[in-house]
Write a protein that binds this ligand. Structure first.
Ligand code: CP3
Length: 348
């Protein structure tokens, strides 16, 4: 049953118990992950299919999670497009030649996925073989806006001033940039399904910095294109973003099968606004996982009580798991979600 309840919930079919996985479930909070990262850089780990495969399987082997997500990142796709990306210890991603002018946009290359990201496609094939049907494998990509933001800012950003200024000052170049990204990202997602991914998630982590009007005019058509390409493969597509709760009707227009919800809104309220005919993944505050167990349990109860037995709920955090999260709290969360409403006791 573990092998299918995640995909069934994505399609809003009834399931035995609520499926659960966690964004960034392979990461620094796990000692096994830190051991590998002590010997290999982030980019090396992503570019070595055997290492990416091993890291992908770490949480699946330790916890009863209902899905695996391929170990990769949203940013390496920019390398083949001509940007110099590195992950700087303690600082996060850094691009030394960011996109700052219309000419920079026109210089971006659009290599086919097999050429740009062969290592991730190979990692997907390896993971499918190793999983042998235990749980489905999720592939993913960034959404055009979130990638445009990194390409223009050159790294993380608080106010996304350069991104928004480029959008408003150079609308033609902005649309050409988004068009290029949407094409490359759509192809990447399709290639991941051809390699064996059984569901796809599109991460739009920073789209919530936009006004609804700007999102609609400058972003939505490209998100729609990527999700349409992804859905053409027949696998369920999850659209995740944070701070989008003021524009849920626009989120609905992306066409995703599942919306990944942050914790800043009650899941019942979000469902009401999105419409009951979409699945929702979420939405526990990741910081809750640092609390004592009774507080974590209260947070899980609150989410599941608001879901109130609706079909189409996948339990997850509202954003990625934090590096300081105790491993034992993750184990207790996964087990508790699986016994919720069954009359069985799992209090850790
Ligand atoms: O979820 C998973 O387990 C799969 C792997 C995954 C990673 N990044 C690995 C990673 C996924 C799905 C991502 C997506 C990603 N990457 C997003 C979207 C989701 C989100 O968190 O909003 C974004 C914005 C990125 C870009 C990125 N990658 C940043 C900003 C950073 C640095 C911040 C940090 O947490 O250190 C990364 C690095 C990164 N990607 C790590 C991992 C496990 C940590 C790097 C390390 O091991 O040192």
């Amino acid at each position: 049953m573990r092998s299918s309840r995640f995909l069934m919930a994505c399609r809003r079919e009834p399931v035995d118990v609520t499926p659960v996985w966690l964004m960034r479930q392979a990461g620094r909070y796990m000692p096994e992950y830190r051991t590998i990262r002590a010997r290999h850089s982030m980019l090396d780990a992503i570019r070595t299919p055997e290492l990416a495969c091993e890291i992908t399987l770490q949480p699946v082997n330790v916890f009863a999670v209902d899905a695996a997500i391929i170990f990769a990142d949203i940013l390496p796709i920019l390398i083949g497009m001509g940007l110099d990306l590195d992950f700087v210890k303690g600082e996060g991603p850094a691009i030394s030649n960011p996109v700052r002018s219309p000419a920079d946009v026109d210089a971006l290359r659009m290599p086919p996925t097999e050429e740009n990201l062969p290592y991730t496609l190979e990692a997907i094939r390896l993971v499918r073989r190793e999983l042998d049907g235990r749980v489905p494998l999720i592939g993913f990509a960034g959404a055009p806006f979130t990638l445009a933001s990194y390409a223009i800012e050159g790294g993380g950003s608080k106010h996304h001033v350069r991104t928004k200024s480029f959008m408003h000052a150079e609308p033609d170049a902005w649309h050409r940039l988004m068009d290029k990204l949407a094409t490359v990202l759509g192809e990447y997602l399709v290639a991941q399904v051809q390699a064996g991914a059984q569901a796809l998630q599109v991460f739009d982590s920073w789209a919530g910095v936009l006004s609804p009007a700007d999102y609609r005019a400058f972003v939505l058509p490209y998100t729609q294109h990527v999700i349409e390409r992804a859905r053409s493969t027949g696998v369920p597509v999850i659209y995740f973003g944070t701070d989008l709760n003021g524009m849920l009707p626009l989120v609905r227009k992306t066409g995703a099968d599942v919306f990944g919800l942050d914790w800043r809104i009650g899941i019942d309220d979000a469902w009401h606004q999105l419409g009951e005919d979409i699945a929702i993944q979420g939405n526990l505050d990741p910081v809750t996982l640092l609390a004592p167990w009774p507080e974590i349990r209260r947070g899980i109860d609150d989410v599941l009580m608001r879901v109130a037995g609706r079909p189409g709920h996948i339990f997850n955090l509202g954003h990625g798991i934090l590096p300081e999260t105790p491993v034992d709290n993750v184990r207790r969360l996964v087990d508790y979600v699986h016994t919720w409403g069954t009359g069985e006791k799992s209090d850790g």
